[in-house]
Ligand binder design. Structure first.
Ligand SMILES: *[C@@H]1O[C@H](CO)[C@@H](O)[C@H](O)[C@H]1NC(C)=O
Ligand SMILES: *[C@@H]1O[C@H](CO)[C@@H](O)[C@H](O)[C@H]1NC(C)=O
Ligand SMILES: *[C@@H]1O[C@H](CO)[C@@H](O)[C@H](O)[C@H]1NC(C)=O
Ligand SMILES: *[C@@H]1O[C@H](CO)[C@@H](O)[C@H](O)[C@H]1NC(C)=O
Length: 183
């Protein structure tokens, strides 16, 4: 398999510990998060939407900063065991790190924090048919992140008032890893 040489590199990245000193929480340089990312875990105040067959259970593959400042999210979405590609263009707002996008309703998307290197956390508010749903997602390198990042994610859940008992781990929960990815 072609993926094997890549695994060694990825394993060494995955060994990194969460480092409080390199977190960025404002004045983001969006170009630095423009790259491959993978969904590590998610939390929501409506689990139905992120559990299996949930409309917001999205497997991140790539974030791309467009010339006009919008962010294109390339996700995979599982439909009856099949991986379907979804591209979402999040329009930038006048606030750094804040975006809006229509997807399963109207969404406000906020970059919550990143270290530009191993992880990025996005917060999203979705309004569908008059109901607001809040979702938090941790994206990282393709292989499992060190558990210290999960601890951080628990903290951020609490910051947004989300129940940290209900975090779901989506590491390798999709079967789409054999689709070749551009680096
Ligand atoms: C949660 O999401 C499901 C699926 O969209 C919906 O049917 C249900 O009403 C939602 N529950 C709440 C409490 O918003
Ligand atoms: C930015 O560019 C993308 C891709 O061309 C386009 O879909 C989007 O509507 C543009 N946004 C704005 C605000 O012009
Ligand atoms: C939207 O909400 C209305 C009123 O709350 C409800 O009657 C209707 O069934 C909902 N539609 C969908 C698609 O959930
Ligand atoms: C998620 O599950 C994988 C195994 O499937 C595990 O190795 C990893 O540590 C878990 N990640 C988190 C953040 O709990």
């Amino acid at each position: 398999m072609v993926v094997l040489p890549v695994l060694g590199l990825v394993l060494s990245l995955a060994a990194a510990q969460f480092n409080q000193d390199v977190i960025v929480q404002r004045n983001y340089n969006m170009a630095r998060i423009s790259r491959n990312w993978y969904t590590i875990c998610m939390a929501s105040d409506n689990m139905t939407r992120i559990e299996e067959n949930g409309d917001l259970r999205l497997f991140m593959r790539n974030i791309h900063l467009l010339k006009n400042g919008s962010l294109k999210f390339d996700f995979l979405f599982m439909v009856q065991g099949e991986c379907v590609a979804v591209a979402m263009v999040c329009e930038k707002t006048e606030k750094n790190g804040e975006f809006t996008v229509a997807y399963e309703g109207e969404n406000k998307v906020l970059l919550s924090e990143t270290d530009y290197r191993t992880y990025v956390i996005f917060y999203m508010e979705n309004i569908k048919n008059g109901t607001k749903t809040r979702v938090l997602a941790l994206y990282g390198n393709p292989l499992p992140l060190d558990r210290s990042y999960l601890k951080r994610f628990v903290n951020i859940c609490q910051k947004y008032g989300l129940d940290s008992q209900k975090i779901i781990n989506l590491t390798r929960k999709d079967n789409c890893y054999d689709i070749p990815q551009k680096n």
